[in-house]
Design a protein around this ligand. Structure first.
Ligand code: PLP
Length: 362
Protein backbone atom coordinates (compact mmCIF):
# COMPACT_ATOMS: atom_id res chain seq x y z
CA UNK A 1 0.00 0.00 0.00
CA UNK A 2 1.19 3.52 -0.73
CA UNK A 3 2.21 5.59 2.25
CA UNK A 4 0.09 8.66 2.99
CA UNK A 5 2.85 11.05 1.89
CA UNK A 6 2.90 9.40 -1.54
CA UNK A 7 -0.65 10.63 -2.11
CA UNK A 8 0.35 14.26 -1.55
CA UNK A 9 1.05 16.48 -4.55
CA UNK A 10 4.84 16.29 -5.07
CA UNK A 11 5.46 19.93 -4.11
CA UNK A 12 3.59 19.79 -0.78
CA UNK A 13 6.57 18.60 1.27
CA UNK A 14 9.34 20.12 -0.85
CA UNK A 15 8.05 23.71 -0.65
CA UNK A 16 9.92 25.95 1.74
CA UNK A 17 8.30 26.44 5.11
CA UNK A 18 7.16 29.75 6.57
CA UNK A 19 8.02 29.14 10.19
CA UNK A 20 5.72 30.81 12.71
CA UNK A 21 7.33 29.16 15.76
CA UNK A 22 8.50 32.52 17.14
CA UNK A 23 4.84 33.48 17.66
CA UNK A 24 4.26 30.55 19.99
CA UNK A 25 7.35 31.59 21.95
CA UNK A 26 6.26 35.23 22.08
CA UNK A 27 2.71 34.49 23.29
CA UNK A 28 4.12 32.06 25.87
CA UNK A 29 6.59 34.71 27.14
CA UNK A 30 4.61 37.94 27.38
CA UNK A 31 7.45 39.61 29.29
CA UNK A 32 9.62 39.40 26.16
CA UNK A 33 9.64 42.37 23.77
CA UNK A 34 8.10 41.50 20.39
CA UNK A 35 10.47 43.48 18.19
CA UNK A 36 10.88 40.68 15.66
CA UNK A 37 7.59 40.92 13.76
CA UNK A 38 6.33 43.92 11.91
CA UNK A 39 3.46 44.42 14.30
CA UNK A 40 2.15 47.71 15.59
CA UNK A 41 2.50 47.82 19.40
CA UNK A 42 -0.61 49.99 19.96
CA UNK A 43 -3.86 48.05 20.52
CA UNK A 44 -7.16 48.95 18.76
CA UNK A 45 -9.10 51.98 20.02
CA UNK A 46 -12.45 51.75 21.79
CA UNK A 47 -14.10 52.82 18.53
CA UNK A 48 -12.76 49.70 16.85
CA UNK A 49 -13.59 47.48 19.81
CA UNK A 50 -17.18 48.81 19.96
CA UNK A 51 -17.67 48.27 16.22
CA UNK A 52 -16.52 44.67 16.59
CA UNK A 53 -18.84 44.17 19.57
CA UNK A 54 -21.82 45.39 17.53
CA UNK A 55 -20.85 43.20 14.56
CA UNK A 56 -20.54 40.02 16.59
CA UNK A 57 -24.19 40.40 17.59
CA UNK A 58 -25.06 39.68 13.95
CA UNK A 59 -22.59 36.80 13.82
CA UNK A 60 -25.32 34.26 12.99
CA UNK A 61 -25.61 35.77 9.46
CA UNK A 62 -23.37 35.28 6.41
CA UNK A 63 -21.68 38.48 5.23
CA UNK A 64 -22.63 40.10 1.90
CA UNK A 65 -20.11 41.50 -0.60
CA UNK A 66 -19.58 44.60 1.60
CA UNK A 67 -20.14 47.15 -1.15
CA UNK A 68 -20.21 50.08 1.27
CA UNK A 69 -16.75 49.19 2.59
CA UNK A 70 -15.40 48.52 -0.90
CA UNK A 71 -16.73 51.91 -2.01
CA UNK A 72 -15.04 53.64 0.93
CA UNK A 73 -11.71 51.95 0.18
CA UNK A 74 -12.05 52.55 -3.56
CA UNK A 75 -12.55 56.30 -2.96
CA UNK A 76 -9.32 56.46 -0.95
CA UNK A 77 -7.51 55.40 -4.14
CA UNK A 78 -9.72 57.21 -6.67
CA UNK A 79 -11.19 53.87 -7.75
CA UNK A 80 -14.64 52.27 -7.71
CA UNK A 81 -16.01 49.46 -5.51
CA UNK A 82 -15.41 46.91 -8.28
CA UNK A 83 -11.71 47.70 -8.28
CA UNK A 84 -11.46 46.39 -4.71
CA UNK A 85 -11.46 42.79 -3.45
CA UNK A 86 -11.50 42.35 0.33
CA UNK A 87 -9.58 39.63 2.12
CA UNK A 88 -8.47 38.19 5.36
CA UNK A 89 -5.10 39.98 5.55
CA UNK A 90 -2.76 40.33 2.61
CA UNK A 91 -1.30 36.85 3.13
CA UNK A 92 -4.46 35.72 1.40
CA UNK A 93 -3.51 37.84 -1.61
CA UNK A 94 -0.06 36.24 -1.61
CA UNK A 95 -1.59 32.79 -1.70
CA UNK A 96 -4.29 33.59 -4.25
CA UNK A 97 -2.05 35.45 -6.69
CA UNK A 98 0.14 32.37 -6.98
CA UNK A 99 -2.87 30.17 -7.69
CA UNK A 100 -4.30 32.67 -10.20
CA UNK A 101 -1.12 33.01 -12.27
CA UNK A 102 1.16 30.01 -11.69
CA UNK A 103 0.88 26.42 -12.78
CA UNK A 104 3.58 23.77 -12.20
CA UNK A 105 6.80 24.73 -14.00
CA UNK A 106 5.96 28.46 -14.25
CA UNK A 107 8.28 31.07 -12.73
CA UNK A 108 7.86 34.07 -10.43
CA UNK A 109 10.58 36.69 -10.04
CA UNK A 110 11.27 38.35 -6.71
CA UNK A 111 14.25 39.58 -4.71
CA UNK A 112 16.28 37.90 -2.00
CA UNK A 113 15.93 38.65 0.83
CA UNK A 114 12.17 39.18 0.70
CA UNK A 115 9.13 38.62 2.93
CA UNK A 116 9.39 34.91 3.73
CA UNK A 117 5.81 33.94 2.89
CA UNK A 118 6.12 34.62 -0.85
CA UNK A 119 8.47 31.76 -1.89
CA UNK A 120 6.58 28.91 -0.15
CA UNK A 121 3.20 29.95 -1.51
CA UNK A 122 4.59 29.91 -5.08
CA UNK A 123 6.31 26.58 -4.49
CA UNK A 124 3.01 25.14 -3.25
CA UNK A 125 1.73 25.66 -6.81
CA UNK A 126 4.67 23.67 -8.19
CA UNK A 127 6.18 26.89 -9.53
CA UNK A 128 9.83 27.91 -9.54
CA UNK A 129 10.86 30.95 -7.50
CA UNK A 130 13.55 32.99 -9.23
CA UNK A 131 15.17 35.12 -6.52
CA UNK A 132 17.53 37.88 -7.53
CA UNK A 133 19.85 39.27 -4.82
CA UNK A 134 19.37 42.92 -3.92
CA UNK A 135 22.16 45.17 -5.17
CA UNK A 136 25.22 45.18 -2.97
CA UNK A 137 25.60 48.35 -0.85
CA UNK A 138 22.25 50.15 -1.15
CA UNK A 139 20.28 46.86 -1.16
CA UNK A 140 17.92 48.21 -3.84
CA UNK A 141 16.17 45.89 -6.30
CA UNK A 142 18.63 44.79 -8.98
CA UNK A 143 16.31 45.88 -11.77
CA UNK A 144 18.64 44.88 -14.61
CA UNK A 145 19.17 41.37 -13.25
CA UNK A 146 15.46 40.91 -12.55
CA UNK A 147 14.45 42.05 -16.04
CA UNK A 148 17.05 39.87 -17.71
CA UNK A 149 15.80 36.78 -15.87
CA UNK A 150 12.41 37.05 -17.61
CA UNK A 151 11.68 34.19 -20.00
CA UNK A 152 8.61 32.52 -21.52
CA UNK A 153 7.90 30.75 -18.21
CA UNK A 154 7.74 34.01 -16.21
CA UNK A 155 4.13 34.57 -15.16
CA UNK A 156 4.41 36.90 -12.21
CA UNK A 157 6.76 39.54 -10.75
CA UNK A 158 6.76 40.87 -7.18
CA UNK A 159 7.81 44.32 -6.02
CA UNK A 160 7.31 45.19 -2.35
CA UNK A 161 7.25 48.96 -1.95
CA UNK A 162 8.79 49.89 0.44
CA UNK A 163 10.64 46.61 0.41
CA UNK A 164 10.85 44.17 3.30
CA UNK A 165 13.33 43.78 5.02
CA UNK A 166 15.16 46.87 3.71
CA UNK A 167 12.38 49.47 4.04
CA UNK A 168 13.46 51.33 0.88
CA UNK A 169 11.17 52.50 -1.94
CA UNK A 170 11.89 51.65 -5.56
CA UNK A 171 12.40 54.55 -8.01
CA UNK A 172 9.35 55.31 -10.16
CA UNK A 173 11.31 54.89 -13.39
CA UNK A 174 12.42 51.41 -12.34
CA UNK A 175 8.90 50.40 -11.36
CA UNK A 176 7.62 51.48 -14.78
CA UNK A 177 10.15 49.21 -16.46
CA UNK A 178 8.49 46.26 -14.73
CA UNK A 179 5.03 47.53 -15.73
CA UNK A 180 6.16 47.83 -19.33
CA UNK A 181 7.03 44.12 -19.53
CA UNK A 182 3.30 43.32 -19.64
CA UNK A 183 3.84 40.49 -17.17
CA UNK A 184 1.47 40.37 -14.15
CA UNK A 185 3.02 42.51 -11.45
CA UNK A 186 2.14 42.57 -7.76
CA UNK A 187 3.03 45.84 -6.02
CA UNK A 188 2.82 45.13 -2.30
CA UNK A 189 2.12 48.36 -0.36
CA UNK A 190 1.83 46.72 3.07
CA UNK A 191 3.91 49.47 4.71
CA UNK A 192 3.21 52.58 2.63
CA UNK A 193 0.77 53.96 5.23
CA UNK A 194 3.76 54.71 7.47
CA UNK A 195 4.86 57.25 4.85
CA UNK A 196 1.76 58.40 2.99
CA UNK A 197 3.78 61.27 1.49
CA UNK A 198 5.04 58.58 -0.91
CA UNK A 199 2.06 58.29 -3.21
CA UNK A 200 0.33 54.98 -3.83
CA UNK A 201 1.04 53.30 -7.16
CA UNK A 202 -2.67 52.48 -7.57
CA UNK A 203 -3.07 54.86 -10.56
CA UNK A 204 -0.79 52.53 -12.55
CA UNK A 205 -3.58 49.97 -12.88
CA UNK A 206 -5.44 52.34 -15.23
CA UNK A 207 -2.58 52.25 -17.73
CA UNK A 208 -1.29 48.74 -16.99
CA UNK A 209 -4.17 46.27 -16.49
CA UNK A 210 -1.78 43.45 -15.52
CA UNK A 211 -0.68 45.41 -12.42
CA UNK A 212 -2.40 44.92 -9.06
CA UNK A 213 -1.76 46.28 -5.57
CA UNK A 214 -1.75 44.40 -2.32
CA UNK A 215 -2.65 46.40 0.81
CA UNK A 216 -3.11 45.35 4.44
CA UNK A 217 -4.33 46.96 7.66
CA UNK A 218 -1.95 44.73 9.66
CA UNK A 219 0.80 47.33 9.86
CA UNK A 220 0.12 51.07 10.32
CA UNK A 221 -3.47 50.29 11.39
CA UNK A 222 -2.33 47.65 13.90
CA UNK A 223 -4.71 44.91 12.67
CA UNK A 224 -2.26 41.97 12.50
CA UNK A 225 -4.53 39.82 14.65
CA UNK A 226 -7.80 41.23 13.34
CA UNK A 227 -6.87 40.24 9.76
CA UNK A 228 -7.99 42.58 7.00
CA UNK A 229 -6.52 43.47 3.61
CA UNK A 230 -7.54 44.27 0.05
CA UNK A 231 -6.45 44.00 -3.57
CA UNK A 232 -6.75 46.91 -5.99
CA UNK A 233 -6.92 46.22 -9.71
CA UNK A 234 -9.00 46.44 -12.87
CA UNK A 235 -12.45 44.88 -12.70
CA UNK A 236 -11.11 41.85 -14.59
CA UNK A 237 -8.25 41.46 -12.10
CA UNK A 238 -10.59 41.85 -9.11
CA UNK A 239 -12.96 39.30 -10.57
CA UNK A 240 -10.06 36.83 -10.80
CA UNK A 241 -9.22 37.36 -7.11
CA UNK A 242 -12.85 37.03 -6.11
CA UNK A 243 -13.05 33.69 -7.93
CA UNK A 244 -9.93 32.47 -6.11
CA UNK A 245 -10.87 33.84 -2.67
CA UNK A 246 -13.32 31.76 -0.70
CA UNK A 247 -16.77 33.25 -0.31
CA UNK A 248 -17.13 34.93 3.10
CA UNK A 249 -13.34 35.14 3.49
CA UNK A 250 -13.75 38.39 5.45
CA UNK A 251 -15.76 38.00 8.63
CA UNK A 252 -18.22 40.59 9.91
CA UNK A 253 -16.01 41.53 12.85
CA UNK A 254 -12.88 42.38 10.88
CA UNK A 255 -14.93 44.27 8.28
CA UNK A 256 -16.55 46.34 11.06
CA UNK A 257 -13.13 46.98 12.59
CA UNK A 258 -11.78 48.11 9.22
CA UNK A 259 -14.67 50.48 8.67
CA UNK A 260 -14.24 51.94 12.15
CA UNK A 261 -10.55 52.66 11.78
CA UNK A 262 -10.84 54.03 8.25
CA UNK A 263 -13.41 56.49 9.64
CA UNK A 264 -10.95 57.52 12.35
CA UNK A 265 -7.75 58.77 10.68
CA UNK A 266 -6.51 60.16 14.03
CA UNK A 267 -6.03 56.61 15.30
CA UNK A 268 -3.86 55.69 12.33
CA UNK A 269 -1.95 58.94 12.61
CA UNK A 270 -1.01 58.39 16.25
CA UNK A 271 0.17 54.84 15.52
CA UNK A 272 2.27 56.10 12.64
CA UNK A 273 3.74 58.93 14.71
CA UNK A 274 4.74 56.58 17.52
CA UNK A 275 6.48 54.32 15.02
CA UNK A 276 8.25 57.03 13.05
CA UNK A 277 9.48 58.80 16.17
CA UNK A 278 11.09 55.59 17.42
CA UNK A 279 12.47 54.71 13.99
CA UNK A 280 14.34 58.05 14.05
CA UNK A 281 15.66 57.42 17.57
CA UNK A 282 16.83 53.90 16.65
CA UNK A 283 18.48 55.17 13.47
CA UNK A 284 20.45 57.86 15.26
CA UNK A 285 21.53 55.60 18.09
CA UNK A 286 22.59 52.75 15.81
CA UNK A 287 24.65 55.11 13.70
CA UNK A 288 26.33 56.54 16.80
CA UNK A 289 27.37 53.01 17.73
CA UNK A 290 29.01 52.54 14.32
CA UNK A 291 26.39 50.13 12.94
CA UNK A 292 24.71 50.63 9.57
CA UNK A 293 20.92 51.02 9.78
CA UNK A 294 19.11 51.25 6.42
CA UNK A 295 16.93 54.35 5.84
CA UNK A 296 13.71 52.44 6.37
CA UNK A 297 10.16 53.63 5.66
CA UNK A 298 8.08 50.88 7.25
CA UNK A 299 7.85 49.77 10.87
CA UNK A 300 11.11 47.83 10.73
CA UNK A 301 14.75 48.65 10.29
CA UNK A 302 17.38 46.46 8.72
CA UNK A 303 20.72 46.77 10.47
CA UNK A 304 24.07 45.79 9.10
CA UNK A 305 26.28 44.78 12.03
CA UNK A 306 28.68 42.71 9.93
CA UNK A 307 31.54 45.11 10.75
CA UNK A 308 31.35 44.11 14.43
CA UNK A 309 32.26 40.49 13.67
CA UNK A 310 29.17 39.25 15.54
CA UNK A 311 26.95 36.75 13.78
CA UNK A 312 23.20 37.21 13.48
CA UNK A 313 22.65 34.21 15.77
CA UNK A 314 24.91 35.71 18.46
CA UNK A 315 23.13 39.08 18.32
CA UNK A 316 19.67 37.55 18.59
CA UNK A 317 20.69 35.32 21.47
CA UNK A 318 22.31 38.19 23.36
CA UNK A 319 19.16 40.35 22.96
CA UNK A 320 17.09 37.63 24.60
CA UNK A 321 19.63 36.98 27.37
CA UNK A 322 20.39 40.60 28.20
CA UNK A 323 17.04 42.37 27.75
CA UNK A 324 14.46 39.70 26.93
CA UNK A 325 13.77 41.04 23.48
CA UNK A 326 13.13 39.13 20.31
CA UNK A 327 14.75 40.53 17.16
CA UNK A 328 14.27 39.30 13.60
CA UNK A 329 16.77 36.89 12.13
CA UNK A 330 18.02 37.92 8.69
CA UNK A 331 19.89 35.31 6.68
CA UNK A 332 23.21 35.96 4.99
CA UNK A 333 23.25 38.84 2.50
CA UNK A 334 25.95 38.62 -0.16
CA UNK A 335 27.59 35.87 1.90
CA UNK A 336 27.83 37.96 5.08
CA UNK A 337 26.22 37.23 8.43
CA UNK A 338 25.55 39.91 11.02
CA UNK A 339 22.33 41.50 9.72
CA UNK A 340 19.23 41.75 11.89
CA UNK A 341 15.95 43.63 11.84
CA UNK A 342 14.09 45.49 14.59
CA UNK A 343 10.52 46.78 14.80
CA UNK A 344 9.61 49.54 17.27
CA UNK A 345 7.47 48.22 20.14
CA UNK A 346 6.04 49.92 23.21
CA UNK A 347 8.01 52.76 24.84
CA UNK A 348 9.30 50.36 27.47
CA UNK A 349 10.38 47.70 24.95
CA UNK A 350 12.13 50.34 22.86
CA UNK A 351 14.08 51.56 25.87
CA UNK A 352 15.18 47.97 26.47
CA UNK A 353 16.33 47.77 22.85
CA UNK A 354 18.40 50.95 23.26
CA UNK A 355 19.91 49.60 26.45
CA UNK A 356 20.75 46.36 24.67
CA UNK A 357 22.51 47.93 21.70
CA UNK A 358 24.47 50.32 23.93
CA UNK A 359 25.66 47.54 26.22
CA UNK A 360 26.26 44.97 23.51
CA UNK A 361 27.77 47.07 20.73
CA UNK A 362 28.94 50.10 22.72
C1 PLP B 1 5.61 42.70 2.49
C2 PLP B 1 4.53 42.02 3.25
N1 PLP B 1 3.42 41.68 2.62
C3 PLP B 1 2.41 41.06 3.25
C4 PLP B 1 2.52 40.73 4.58
C5 PLP B 1 1.39 39.95 5.19
O1 PLP B 1 0.69 40.63 6.12
P1 PLP B 1 -0.81 40.33 6.49
O2 PLP B 1 -1.20 38.97 5.98
O3 PLP B 1 -0.88 40.41 7.95
O4 PLP B 1 -1.62 41.38 5.79
C6 PLP B 1 3.66 41.06 5.30
C7 PLP B 1 3.80 40.73 6.74
O5 PLP B 1 4.78 40.93 7.39
C8 PLP B 1 4.72 41.71 4.60
O6 PLP B 1 5.86 42.03 5.21
Amino acid sequence: MKELKDWFVPWLLTAREYNTGILDKAWANPDHGRLMLNENPIPPSDKVVNAVTEAVKKGNRYPDSMKKLRTKIGKMYDLGPDNVALCNGSSEIIDSMMRIFLKPGDEIIMSTPTFGLFPPRAELCGAKVVQIPLREGDLQYDVEAMLSSINEKTKLILIINPNNPTGVFIDDADLIRFCETGIPLCIDEAYRDYHPEFETKAPLIKKYPQVFLSVTLSKAHGFAGIRFGFVLGTEEMINAFNIMFLPWNVNLMSAAAAEAILDNPEEIKSKVEHNNRWMDIFYEELQKLGLKPYPAHGNYMLIDATMTGKTTAEILEAAIDMEKIYLKRIGEIHGKTGYFRVTPGTEEENKRFLKFIRNYFG
